[in-house]
Ligand binder design. Structure first.
Ligand code: SF4
Length: 352
């Protein structure tokens, strides 16, 4: 059975014509799925009973199944999904500030989603790479996560999407970009491009390709070290795409798109959080227009013996960057009481 989310509007119009139905129903079906969050053709009440039956025989709407959920005291929640071939992927939902909505107010949410089952890149601080790579997710499986988080969890208030779950998005470029277009499309999930972030471990050809797309999405680079020796140890991908080439590529990306690049830097105790590391980071990024650093105190990851430095050290590191004129944010620690680090929940499940 085909995943209907693999089809764009035009593709669905063509399929409807093939089924002998008017093509204008495609907009209606998109509206039921992406706006109203309906995952059952039987509930699409403005379609004829015979068309609903035919659609149900031809297509599925939602292919993933929630296997496990962990909720943090801060309302961050992590989900483990089973794909139809039994592979497992994770997604996280993070509550943001309250926003006013008419007379009342409600929370909005960021969804952190996966692009691959497993990962080839074996970063030393990440549980996702520990079991190796399984396969790319299809566009439909990527959209399934958005659908589930939006309708099953956030009460429709999913306003931001980050590709920071399992996998390297640029290693599954076509499916990720195709999903991003649907997430952004007014006839799809209608989430603004600037509210969609693609995070890469530094795949230079992917960054170059993204610079040529007509999409205003945010780009974020996992940096985590400012010298090649340590970065290659933490992130083996650095041997292929070393820092000088990566920073040159980012400079060209910024010049071409005039868009900000965020450098993610996980602060790990006794590894990359000392004053000398901060100075190296300053000299690497100084002068790079529109660059921002996002500091992330590491989640405790016993499997990899990783923990966050003391709060004092985190603040000192941040101060060093700020004083040197870099734009810096410190990510609020989320989900400390659950297995919120990338891949941790899947790992725990598979080790059971
Ligand atoms: S951090 Fe990203 S690229 Fe690195 S192993 Fe984890 S999922 Fe893969």
């Amino acid at each position: 059975m085909q995943d209907i989310k693999e089809l764009d509007l035009k593709g669905l119009e063509e399929r409807l014509l093939f089924l002998g139905a008017p093509k204008y129903h495609a907009r209606s079906i998109f509206d039921w799925i992406y706006r109203k969050g309906v995952s059952d053709f039987g509930k699409m009440s403005n379609l004829s009973a015979s068309l609903r039956k035919e659609l149900a025989e031809e297509f599925k709407i939602l292919g993933i199944r929630e296997l496990s959920r962990q909720e943090s005291a801060d309302k961050t929640a992590k989900f483990l999904f089973r794909l139809e071939d039994s592979n497992l992927v994770e997604a996280v939902i993070i509550p943001m500030k309250r926003r006013l909505q008419g007379s009342g107010d409600s929370r909005s949410f960021t969804g952190c989603i996966s692009s691959q089952a497993g990962c080839k890149f074996a970063c030393g601080f990440c549980a996702s790479g520990m079991k190796g790579f399984r396969r790319n997710l299809t566009r439909g499986e990527i959209l399934d996560q958005v659908f589930y988080l939006k309708n099953g969890v956030s009460g429709g208030n999913l306003t931001n999407i980050v590709f920071m779950g399992t996998g390297e998005p640029f290693d599954n470029y076509d499916n990720v970009l195709s999903a991003v277009r649907l997430i952004n499309s007014p006839s799809g999930f209608n989430i603004g491009a600037r509210r969609i972030t693609i995070s890469t471990c530094g795949i230079i050809p992917g960054i170059e390709k993204l610079a040529k797309e007509d999409l205003q999405v945010e780009l974020s680079i996992s940096l985590h070290a400012a010298d090649d020796k340590l970065r290659s140890k933490l992130m083996p991908v650095n041997k292929k795409y070393p820092l000088a080439d990566l920073i040159r590529c980012c400079r060209e990306y910024i010049a071409k798109t005039n868009r900000q690049v965020t450098f993610e830097y996980i602060l790990i105790k006794d590894i990359n959080s000392d004053p000398a590391s901060a100075r190296r980071l300053v000299s690497l990024l100084k002068g790079l227009r529109l660059a921002k650093v996002n500091l992330i105190p590491a989640n405790f990851l016993p499997e990899l013996k990783i923990e966050s430095p003391e709060r004092l050290q985190v603040n000192f590191f941040k101060e060093c960057l700020t004083e040197a004129g870099l734009e810096v944010t410190l990510r609020k620690e989320r989900g400390q009481d659950i297995d919120a680090a990338c891949g941790q929940l899947r790992l725990k499940y598979e080790n059971c």
